[in-house]
Ligand binder design. Structure first.
Ligand SMILES: Cc1ncc(COP(=O)(O)O)c(C=O)c1O
Length: 377
C-alpha cells in the first residue's frame, strides 16, 4: 500500500482552469480581478462585510493586532494548545503572549482560564477554532466584553464551522484564515482577514501595502509598513475552491464519520467532539489515547510510521516550547494549564487528506487498534 499522507487538497479541472486563466489574463488592468471576486465571494459566504486576501494567516494575525492597536508591553491571551502562528505575531508587535488553558471537551480556549489570565495590561484575546471545532463563544465573548478585551478569532483550521448558526471567524473584531496546502480550502499558501469594521479594513489595506492609501498611484508612503499581498494565481485557486466549499466540507465530515465508525467503540480512544449547537468541520481527525495504554504520541507516531502511515502530534503546549522558554508567563502557564498538559502528550492527528479513501481509513484504524491493544495489556 502507498504511504498514507496526513493532509492534502482536492483539486479538480475548475481549479486548473481558473489558475490557467489567471496566469494567462490577470495582468495589467485585470491584475486584481480574481482578488476582487475571491474576497467578495468569501465575505458573502461567511456573512461578514469585508474580506482581505493576504499571503498567510500569520500575516492576517499580525495586521489584526496592529489594526486593533495592540503594541509594546500589552498582553494578548492565546490558548496554550495551538500552532505557534497564533502567538508569534504577538511578539512581532512587541506585546507579550499569555497562555490560557483549554477546555476538556472542545480542546479550544477555556473561557474560565481566559478570565483568570486577564490583567490591566490585557488588550486582546486570540481564541482558536482548533482542528475545526469551536470554543464556547458565548462565554468567551462575555468575558471579553466585560473586560474590554478585543477578539481576534483564529479560524485558520475552521472554514465553514459554525457556532449557534454563525460561521467561524465572525465572533471578533477580526477573523483570520489560512489557505496553506494542508487546509480544507487551499491556495497553496495564503490567508484571509475578515471584519465588519470599516476602520479596521481601511487600516489593514493601508498596512499591507507599504503604508500607502489603497489605489495610490503616486507611490507616496506615509508610514513604514508591510508588503502582504496574495498573487492572482492564488486568488483564482481560492475562488475555485470556494465555489466547491460545500463539497469539500461534506468530504471532511464523511472522513470523520468513517473514522468514527471504526473507532467510536474502542474504549480509551477519544475523537474530536461536536458540542450541541456547533458544526465541526473536522479539519484534522484527532485521537486522544487513554493513559492506560502507556503510549505517548511520539511512540504512537513511530509505530504508525513503520506501517506507512503519516500522523502528526497533537500540538505541544506553547508554554512548553523552547521558543517561549524565556517568558515568565510561560513558567506560570506550565503550572496552571492542567488540561493542556494532560491531553497533549497522548494525542495524534490521523490522516485527513481530502483524497483519503474509506479502505485507507479502515487500514489506519486497524493499525491503531493493533498498536494500542498490545500496549493496553
Ligand atoms: C491555528 C492556526 N493558526 C494560524 C496558522 C497560520 O497559518 P499560515 O501558515 O497560513 O500562516 C495555522 C496554520 O497552520 C493554524 O493552524
Amino acid at each position: 500500500m502507498e504511504r498514507i499522507r496526513i493532509a492534502g487538497p482536492w483539486i479538480t479541472k475548475k481549479e486548473i482552469d481558473y489558475v490557467t486563466d489567471a496566469v494567462t489574463n490577470a495582468w495589467y488592468g485585470n491584475a486584481n480581478v480574481y482578488h476582487d471576486r475571491f474576497e467578495k465571494a468569501f465575505a458573502e459566504y461567511l456573512g461578514v462585510r469585508f474580506a482581505i486576501a493576504l499571503p498567510s494567516c500569520t500575516s492576517a494575525i499580525h495586521l489584526s493586532l496592529l489594526a486593533l492597536g495592540v503594541g509594546q508591553g500589552d498582553e494578548v491571551i492565546v490558548p496554550d494548545i495551538t500552532w505557534i502562528a497564533s502567538a508569534a505575531p504577538v511578539t512581532y508587535v512587541g506585546a507579550i503572549p499569555v497562555f490560557a488553558d483549554i477546555d476538556t471537551e472542545t480542546w479550544c480556549l477555556s473561557a474560565k482560564s481566559f478570565e483568570q489570565c486577564i490583567t490591566p495590561k490585557t488588550k486582546a484575546v486570540i481564541p482558536v477554532d482548533l482542528y475545526g471545532n469551536m470554543p464556547d463563544m458565548d462565554a468567551v465573548q462575555d468575558v471579553a466584553r466585560r473586560h474590554g478585551v478585543a477578539i481576534i478569532e483564529d479560524a485558520a483550521e475552521a472554514i465553514g464551522s459554525e457556532y449557534k448558526g454563525k460561521k467561524a471567524s465572525s465572533f471578533g473584531g477580526t477573523g483570520v484564515f489560512s489557505f496553506h496546502g494542508s487546509k480544507t480550502l487551499t491556495t497553496g499558501e495564503g490567508g484571509m482577514l475578515v471584519t465588519d469594521k470599516d476602520d479596521v479594513r481601511q487600516r489593514v489595506l493601508f498596512l499591507r501595502d507599504h503604508g500607502r492609501k489603497p489605489g495610490d498611484t503616486a507611490f507616496f508612503n506615509t508610514e513604514v509598513a508591510y508588503k502582504y499581498k496574495m498573487s492572482s494565481m492564488q486568488a483564482a485557486l481560492g475562488l475555485a475552491q470556494l465555489e466547491r466549499i460545500d463539497e469539500l466540507l461534506a468530504r471532511k465530515r464523511q472522513i470523520f464519520a468513517w473514522y468514527q465508525e471504526e473507532l467510536a467503540k474502542v474504549e480509551g480512544i477519544t475523537l474530536n467532539r461536536e458540542p450541541m449547537g456547533t458544526k465541526n468541520t473536522y479539519w484534522m481527525v484527532t485521537a486522544i489515547m487513554n493513559k492506560k495504554f502507556r503510549i505517548t504520541k511520539e511512540r504512537l507516531m513511530e509505530s504508525m510510521n513503520e506501517r506507512n502511515i503519516d500522523c502528526r502530534p497533537f500540538f505541544h503546549p506553547l508554554s512548553s516550547l523552547p521558543a517561549y522558554g524565556h517568558l515568565s508567563q510561560a513558567k506560570e502557564a506550565r503550572k496552571r494549564n492542567q488540561v493542556s498538559y494532560q491531553i497533549s502528550p497522548y494525542g495524534i492527528n490521523l490522516p485527513s487528506s481530502l483524497s483519503i479513501t474509506k479502505e485507507e481509513i479502515v487500514y489506519v484504524c486497524e493499525v491503531l487498534k493493533d498498536v494500542v491493544s498490545k500496549r493496553g495489556k
